[in-house]
Design a protein around this ligand. Sequence first.
Ligand code: SF4
Length: 470
Amino acid sequence: MQPTSLAFQAKATGALADANLQKALGGIKTGWQRGRILAAERLPEFEQLRDQARDIKNHALEHLDFYLEAFEARVLDAGGHVHWARDAAEARAIIQGICQDVNARTVTKSKSMIAEEIGLNDHLEAAGITPVETDLGEYIIQLRKEPPSHLVGPAVHLTKDQVADLFAETHHLPRTDDPAELVGQARTVLRQKYLAADVGITGANFLIAETGSAITVTNEGNAELTQGLPRVHVVIASLEKVIPSMEDAFTLLRVLARSATGQEFSTYTTVMTGPKRPDDHDGPEQFHVVLLDNGRTRMIGSKFQDMLRCIRCGACMNNCPVYLAAGGHAYGWVYVGPMGSVLTPQFVGIDQAHTLPNASTFCGRCEEVCPVRIPLPNLMRHWRDEQFKRQLVPATYRYGLNVWGFVAKRPALYRMATRIAMGLLGAVGKKRGKFASLPLAKGWTASRDLPAPQGGTFMQQWKQRQGTRH
Ligand code: SF4
């Protein structure tokens, strides 16, 4: 997927005027956002679990080489194969090779952000192999030829009516907006695809070093049918998904579902270890794990290492005022919301994504809700520094920031400057009580008036108020 993150501002402006999108995004607040709050309230040890989750991921990252080698050894013991991919091109070639070795024509896929990251579907199609997305949201966006707009709900940007229109057109059935019927239609189509598929490709939420297992969580059971029915199962996962033990996985799973959707646990949690054994009733004949680096080892030991703790729950975007207004597609690449604003510059280069670390109010809500306590605002701040150093923003903006920095570091000068500015603005705007437009504040006044300040600066008013209280 070619990044279009530099167009964030234009896309966000378009998103604000899109009534369907705004309606769809509104559901996140009452759904997942509220669900997380209630789930956290129901679990007294939730905060403690978050600390444990952070520590497990930190420990795994500090000993990543050890746990990856242990994982590989266990996969081989179980009769599986491990493939190491340095970058997206290598990962695509490996998966294409596995598919071609069994003359695959159709592959089923369950939701995988790593498959999105490496552009797997387009590559397979170009090689004459048809990929079929089996997660309902992914199925919908595959029909619309769109990228996902959310980690957990790839089609969260769509309303039920839009899906009803799409299904009527695609399935050639009378239009219905009944959710159960819509799901039933998708199920009927996908059941045939599961049976026809030669290869099933899944992602992995966690890779377990002690057993060589991959774990997936879904609410639809599609990962289970994807991995269990075809002859060959391919897991595609990035290196940082490895954790030491099954016990650690269950600690992480306890915070994952609660943070993502407010569920105590996802409906299906599946542990996959090696291919089918002689006494198994079903399962794949081949089990492959493709381990993708794609720049992650560069993050180890860097100021962005904390980002590798991410367990892709989506809570940061569910609580981000910018994401909730602009939607995921405005971010212009695979990863969206606050976590995307940190990861995208890392993967596509800051010169291609320097708009994203600025797509934040720095309210800190993303860090507050992150189950593995990733300091997202701080990481975005590192990218802003980088952007400033590389002169990726217009000269006027940089000079403006320099002047601001100079004044803000000198409290006496700052107070004098704000007193003068407030006095001037108060005097000029006194008559009308507001400004409909103002130089240097056009972004603000484009959609609302700026009230003319009355009663001095914030510091003066604060002092006054303290005085009247005593
Ligand atoms: S950064 Fe944190 S909150 Fe956001 S998706 Fe990752 S784990 Fe979840």
